[in-house]
Design a protein around this ligand. Sequence first.
Ligand code: NAG
Ligand code: NAG
Length: 369
Amino acid sequence: MAPPPPLTPSLILILLATFLTAAAACPPADLAALQTFKSALTDPYLGLFDTWTGSNCSAYFGVSCDPATARVTEINLRGESEDPILTKAGRTSGYMTGTISPAICKLDQLTTLIIADWKGLSGQIPDCVSSLSNLRVLDLVGNSLSGQIPSQIGNLDRLAVLNLADNRISGGIPESISKLESLKHLDLSNNQISGRIPNDFGNLKMLSRALLGRNQLAGPVPNSMSNMYRLADLDVSMNQISGGLPGWLGDLPVLSTLNLDSNAIGGDIPAKLLGSRGLGIMNLSRNALEGEIPDAFGPESYFMVLDLSYNNLKGKLPGSLSSAAYVGHLDFSHNHLCGSIPAGEPFEKFDSASFGFNDCLCGNPLSTC
Ligand SMILES: *[C@@H]1O[C@H](CO)[C@@H](O)[C@H](O)[C@H]1NC(C)=O
Ligand SMILES: *[C@@H]1O[C@H](CO)[C@@H](O)[C@H](O)[C@H]1NC(C)=O
């Protein structure tokens, strides 16, 4: 047997280089999936994909890989970022057309899929994304995606962020969504989503922000949501939500923003809701709320926004509002309120726009009684 060749310094270098290249090379299946994904997109301005060549996919713009396995773990393509690639091209926002290829689903180690704010991206969200079981962030905001939310989205049990806002998505919110037990941030705003908020929506125990505004949702706010003890921000504005305003909204321990404006919510405003301590922004404008405004404010009331305009509220103004720690913006206009506007804080700092178009409110800043 011939003795092994001596390890000359140049041979060591060659071996080292081979090893490094091997470590950096993405598996051919991932490379192929990236190329198919790229070929379904057209980027007319930025040359985003100029770096998407060769076998080192860590060097591809917007792609990250696992250092040990070289599998693709992140795709992060944002059109509204401060990214130098935008500033260099003299653009403040991105534009891209094309579709999201189902080839993306072959990248089964993906934890993050962000293809955000490209405006022109159309077609459907591939159903197979619900098989990307490592996915933690799915952010496709600000495109022109249509079709429905994949019905098996609930399989993504590690998903923490689901942002599909500002697209043209239609159909219902899939029932399976309530299985997303890691979900913290849900934004479906500004689409054409119809049907009801799923009955089991309250199973989303980790959810902190539920942004469902500007859709075509109907039916009630489901009672299961009374269990959502991490919910800080609930926005279902500009839909066709009906039924009453549940009193338990006032018991949600960290709820600070409640925007239910422009819906068809009727019945009384629960005293417990107005008296809720943490609530800082509440917009109930343009509903069918009736009865009197409960006299339930107190020294812990701190409202940046309190908008009850365009409802059917009657009776007099709640005197307890004078004891509120702070009210920044107040709108009680366009109701059927009557009686004199109390003197002093916080009433005195608002102008007539806050009180106008009622049945018989009077006193400063309206006409004297
Ligand atoms: C692969 O690309 C990454 C990111 O640009 C770089 O840090 C690394 O050195 C590259 N590996 C090789 C072998 O070129
Ligand atoms: C409350 O909602 C109404 C109707 O959707 C909107 O016009 C108004 O600007 C909102 N109020 C505030 C203070 O944002």
